[in-house]
Design a protein. Structure first.
Length: 104
C-alpha cells in the first residue's frame, strides 16, 4: 500500500465505507467532502500488513484544519479503497499526541 494509490482512488471517487466506517463518520460528523479532502492529501502513519482483512494502513489527512484518520485497504477487483474506519482524532485526545501522528 502506498499513499499515492490511496490519494488517486479517493480523488477518483473509488472508495467504499464499511458499516463501521460509516457509523464512525456520522458520529464524528465528518462530511464526505471533508473525507475526500483529507484522503487526497493523506500520509500513511501506520501499516498493518498482517490485518486479517488484508494489508491495511492508518492514514492522516487534513480537511482545512480538521485532522481525519482513516484505516483502509485496497481491493483489487474492482480497484477501490475500502474504508474500514474513519474518525476525527482530535475528538480522542487521550489516544493521540499533538499532530495526531503518534499514539500516547
Amino acid at each position: 500500500m502506498d499513499s499515492i494509490t490511496i490519494r488517486r482512488l479517493a480523488a477518483q471517487g473509488k472508495y467504499e465505507y464499511s458499516r463501521h466506517a460509516e457509523r464512525e463518520r456520522q458520529i464524528d460528523k465528518i462530511f464526505t467532502y471533508e473525507l475526500e479532502d483529507a484522503l487526497t492529501e493523506c500520509d500513511i502513519i501506520e501499516s498493518y500488513p498482517d490485518d486479517p482483512r488484508g494489508p491495511s494502513c492508518l492514514v492522516l489527512g487534513l480537511s482545512g484544519q480538521r485532522p481525519i484518520h482513516a484505516v483502509c485497504t485496497i481491493r483489487t477487483n474492482p480497484d477501490e479503497l475500502l474504508l474500514i474506519t474513519v474518525y476525527d482524532p482530535s475528538m480522542r485526545p487521550y489516544k493521540w499526541k499533538e499532530g495526531f501522528r503518534e499514539r500516547r
